[in-house]
Design a protein around this ligand. Structure first.
Ligand SMILES: Cc1cc2nc3c(=O)[nH]c(=O)nc-3n(C[C@H](O)[C@H](O)[C@H](O)COP(=O)(O)OP(=O)(O)OC[C@H]3O[C@@H](n4cnc5c(N)ncnc54)[C@H](O)[C@@H]3O)c2cc1C
Length: 387
């Protein structure tokens, strides 16, 4: 792996950083204060992001994206991650890569409008009784002639309130596995106005203000056969093929937020004086800075390593889980220590630190909890020994 950045990567990082600082930071305080994402602001930023070539940069050039390789995309995500998540996700980041798995008709109906900022997607897997254990899901889709009838409930579904359609993963059967019976899963496109499909307000959430979650209800919701994404009973194959790098995306955004927190902590340690000297001269503070920098660098290296291997086709599940686990746990540590270095001021909303600290909490839960990441890492080690 070449640890140096190419000229193109430097340019992308600098352009994205400038965009984030100039276009996103000014709106953060309002969203944090109100918890509401103003869609006029989003439209305005989205337009500027498109002009700057930053909107949906994860997508290939042939569908209008920037065609970045995974490593460069993660560098871009790291910069976006510095800002309020609702803002960066909605106004700049992307539609989901899973839309690339669609047929040409599905691309016309869903992917291309998303690329133009005319539509938003959301992804629905989790249910009240099925979180980590997705193959235990209860929401079903059953065949009725050529149609499908969907029933059940999904919850925690991010930004479903503004989404024009949902990609919903439903149980379409059961199969015996060495670990007992497991659901077969199929993915469906469900348009918001489909009869029998309702989006209800979700829960208030301590992390990522403005980034809402919703409950999706399916009550004999009838869909045509053309609504299936990928193959019937192969929903997880579609997800694994096209959502492979989302754990790395979470890791990368955590790196950006941690770097922002560390920058604040270093500046404050140099500027704040107590007992007649800079607090950074006290070992109790300076050692914190060293440990924060160390953890950040370790998480950065694990993330870049996994991203680079992703592009080589050599990445393992364990590589991606290690990056996600380290970066999310590092962010919790760095955000907490940055607040400690600021004393009481760290908790005040004058600074982005209390926000980064709150936002850090969800990162160890979504896209697979820390326990599930540890399970994936240890499983790969034990499998080699027949475990
Ligand atoms: C803000 C937010 C937004 C979200 N957005 C979406 C979305 O857009 N779409 C979507 O589908 N989902 C979404 N999720 C769901 C998210 O992916 C789940 O919360 C996550 O997978 C964990 O599931 P759970 O919350 O049901 O916890 P559970 O699976 O019930 O876990 C509870 C605890 O048990 C532990 N545990 C469970 N199984 C094991 C095991 N085998 N070994 C060790 N420990 C275990 C977990 O680590 C955790 O500590 C979102 C969640 C949040 C909080």
């Amino acid at each position: 792996m070449n640890f140096g950045m190419t000229e193109e990567q430097v340019m992308i990082v600098e352009t994205t950083r400038a965009f984030v600082e100039n276009e996103l930071y000014p709106h953060e305080a309002e969203i944090e204060r109100t918890g509401v994402l103003d869609m006029d602001v989003v439209r305005d930023i989205q337009k500027k992001a498109m002009e700057a070539g930053l909107y949906a940069a994860n997508m290939p050039e042939e569908v209008g994206g920037a065609g970045l390789d995974t490593l460069t995309w993660l560098m871009y995500e790291k910069e976006l991650g510095r800002a309020n998540y609702a803002l960066h996700w909605t106004a700049v980041a992307r539609p989901s890569n899973i839309l690339l798995a669609g047929t040409q008709d599905q691309k016309e109906q869903y992917l291309y409008p998303c690329m133009k900022g005319e539509k938003w997607d959301c992804l629905a897997m989790t249910e009240p009784d099925a979180g980590s254990d997705l193959r235990g899901m209860k929401a079903t889709a059953r065949k009725d002639g050529d149609d499908w009838i969907l029933n059940g409930t999904k919850h925690f579904i991010s930004h479903a309130d503004i989404a024009d359609f949902a990609i919903c993963f439903m149980a379409t059967g059961v199969e015996d596995t060495p670990r007992g019976p497991k659901k077969k899963i199929t993915a469906f496109f469900v348009d918001k106005d489909t009869p029998g499909f309702a989006v209800r307000d979700g829960y208030g959430n301590v992390s990522h203000r403005g980034y809402t979650n919703a409950v999706l209800e399916f009550d004999d919701c009838r869909l045509p056969a053309s609504a299936v994404l990928g193959d019937v009973d192969k929903g997880f194959d579609v997800a694994n093929t096209w959502l492979g790098a989302t754990r790395l995306q979470v890791a990368a955004t955590c790196l950006g937020r941690a770097e922002r927190a560390l920058d604040h902590a270093v500046a404050y340690a140099a500027e704040r004086k107590q007992f007649g000297q800079q607090i950074g001269k006290f070992q109790g503070v300076s050692f914190k800075l060293a440990d924060m920098a160390l953890e950040l660098k370790a998480a950065n290296l694990l993330t870049w390593d996994a991203g680079w291997k992703f592009d080589q086709g050599t990445v393992t599940e364990s590589d991606m889980s290690m990056a996600k686990l380290k970066a999310t746990e590092m962010l919790a540590f760095v955000a907490d220590e940055a607040i400690q270095i600021h004393g009481g001021m760290g908790l005040m909303d004058e600074l982005p630190l209390e926000r980064i600290w709150r936002d850090a909490r969800v990162e160890r839960i979504w896209e697979g909890t820390s326990e599930i990441q540890r399970h994936i890492i240890s499983r790969e080690m034990l499998r080699a020994l027949g475990g």
